[in-house]
Design a protein around this ligand. Structure first.
Ligand SMILES: Cc1cc2nc3c(=O)[nH]c(=O)nc-3n(C[C@H](O)[C@H](O)[C@H](O)COP(=O)(O)OP(=O)(O)OC[C@H]3O[C@@H](n4cnc5c(N)ncnc54)[C@H](O)[C@@H]3O)c2cc1C
Length: 511
């Protein structure tokens, strides 16, 4: 059967796009795990939107551009902040129960936002409320949903995306589905790193699929490391939301010294890259593996009411955050890069669209402003569906970048044995929070050799490993090329931003 829309991924971007698309034609959602396995369900802080009485889209735009360190696409960011309120109304219409106070939407504060503008649900359980509201609506609305169905590749025929090749991850059978519009909404690649807030499914599949289909991939060197992931022995990585610092939590070392004011005048509310690097440098100097986030000075009832999920999770693991500081360290969190799109979510391959974390619309530049990612998913998913209606049978594409380059051909060479763990350690140690020319060059050579030796993938783990290696190469090669520091990309050997690097690194396989 041929579908009007094939949507890969069932996080907020895929589900929201599908719910809009079903008004206009047949929709198939393909998702490689069960429907609710995705980054979205772990989102805590909320969605940014300038809806407060003292706020405006202009102020939100200013904060977004400032965080993005000179690489934000202003047109895309203006759309992001301008269409925010309407998209929040859509989510409310789709059943998302956002929190309110005295009949008004409740607004939280997060780092690098000049106003309180973070809309949340269930306190710090925003993602799970969004995911469950949208997935139950999708199940009820006649959309065909295939779970445990991994998209292996996009089939390009006559220069346009025509179908997707899939693998049923339980029966290991392969099937191809034809589609008029193919939308990648496959999320990020946090599984590239040893310490990550992202779940198992975040393996960069959409970026790898898009690259193999000939689409352009941009900004892959910009990986956001979240400064504060819970660090308790034997306890899985768990995010301690930025909103906790927004409420007044202070970062301290083991001796109780508050260190952030020494790094930035905004102290704990500085952008994530600055806070993550400050912690990295404190840890390197002290040899410790954690610092402490202290919120014990706030009333206990306020903390447990505002952060019920974090409070409960820590308590289950023996830590009462209203009485003791929380041990934390940085973790890989968000991929700013992805399949490059224009402001309509079109990639450079006609008929192939991308939205959500797997897309690079340019709104985040070199560093995402907290809570702008959930917003980006809905703003641009809506524009994808609007565009498919305008395009009709003849899909257009984003213009190609003149100086896009292919990855260097994989080179057969000696390399340590490849496993997901070995890859994650290499990326953490050599393409991590603080980078340097020599380790980056070493990482590029190892990744290239790993790619040269990879057998054709036959099951989901093998596909994921191959896709992670490709994403690792895109990130490491871009990081090696970018001889400067900007936003989330920090090079010890080039510690300042350089004007000639106020541009994007773009890869395309068919150059
Ligand atoms: C712990 C945590 C907290 C966060 N907090 C916030 C926050 O407060 N505010 C904010 O704005 N952002 C936050 N983020 C980021 C935000 O949650 C994500 O960027 C966003 O949810 C991405 O949505 P998505 O739909 O693009 O991807 P996802 O929600 O990750 O969904 C991707 C989907 O694609 C599927 N998939 C992947 N590969 C394939 C394949 N090959 N074939 C088929 N299906 C595939 C996955 O199984 C999944 O269903 C947070 C992220 C994390 C991890």
């Amino acid at each position: 059967m041929r579908y009007d829309y094939i949507i890969a991924g069932s996080g907020i971007a895929g589900l929201y796009a599908a719910l809009l698309a079903r008004e206009h034609g047949s929709v198939l959602i393909l998702t490689k795990g069960s429907i609710d396995e995705c980054n979205t369900r772990y989102a805590q802080g909320g969605i940014a939107a300038a809806v407060g009485p003292d706020d405006s889209p202009e102020l939100h735009l200013r904060d977004t551009i400032e965080a993005g360190a000179g690489l934000v696409d202003e047109e895309a960011a203006r759309i992001l902040v301008g269409e925010a309120a309407e998209r929040i109304r859509d989510l409310v219409r789709f059943g998302v129960p956002f929190d309110s106070v005295d009949g008004e939407v409740a607004l939280g504060r997060e780092g690098a936002h000049s106003r309180a503008r973070i809309i949340h649900a269930g306190g710090d359980a925003t993602g799970v409320h969004i995911e469950l509201s949208l997935s139950s609506l999708a199940r009820m609305s006649g959309i065909t949903i295939k779970e445990h169905c991994q998209v292996e590749d996009v089939v390009v025929e006559g220069g346009r995306a025509a179908a997707v090749a899939t693998l049923d991850t339980r029966t290991h059978t392969r099937e191809t589905f034809e589609g008029q519009s193919i939308v990648l909404a496959t999320g990020g690649n946090g599984q590239l790193y040893r310490v990550s807030t992202n779940p198992e499914v975040a393996t960069g599949d959409g970026v790898a699929v898009a690259y193999r289909a000939g689409a352009e991939i941009a900004d892959m060197e910009f990986i956001q490391f979240h400064p504060t992931a819970l660090r308790l022995p034997g306890v899985p990585v768990f995010l301690i939301s930025e909103a906790v610092r927004g409420e007044g939590a202070l970062l301290k070392d083991a001796r109780g010294r508050r260190f952030m004011p020494e790094y930035d005048e905004r102290a704990e509310l500085a952008p994530r890259d600055i806070v993550a690097r400050a912690i990295h440098s404190e840890l390197a100097a002290s040899g410790a593996d954690r610092v402490y986030l202290d919120i014990t000075h706030l009333p206990a009832e306020r903390v447990s009411a505002r952060f019920p999920q974090i409070y409960r999770y820590c308590l289950e693991h023996g830590l009462d955050i209203t009485k003791e500081p929380v041990p934390v360290s940085p973790a890989a969190h968000y991929m700013m890069g992805g399949a490059r799109t224009n402001v309509w979510g079109e990639t450079t391959v006609p008929g192939l669209y991308a939205c959500g974390e797997c897309a690079c619309t340019g709104v985040h530049g070199a560093n995402r402003l907290a809570s702008n990612s959930l917003l980006e998913t809905v703003v641009f998913a809506k524009r994808v569906i609007d565009r498919t209606l305008l395009n009709g049978e003849q899909p257009a594409a984003a213009p190609r970048t003149p100086d896009a380059r292919p990855l260097p051909a994989p080179a057969i060479a000696e390399a340590p044995p490849l496993s997901r763990g070995a890859l994650q350690s290499l990326m953490w140690d050599e393409v991590g929070i603080v980078r340097d020319g020599e380790p980056l060059a070493r990482a590029c050579a190892t990744l290239s050799a790993w790619q040269a030796w990879l057998p054709a993938p036959a099951d989901r783990p093998a596909h994921e490993l191959a896709n992670l290696v490709l994403c690792g190469r895109l990130a490491a090669e871009a990081a090696l090329l970018r001889e400067e520091s900007r936003g989330a990309h920090y090079r010890r050997d080039f510690p300042q931003p350089r004007d000639e690097w106020r541009r994007h690194v773009v890869f395309r396989s068919d150059v």
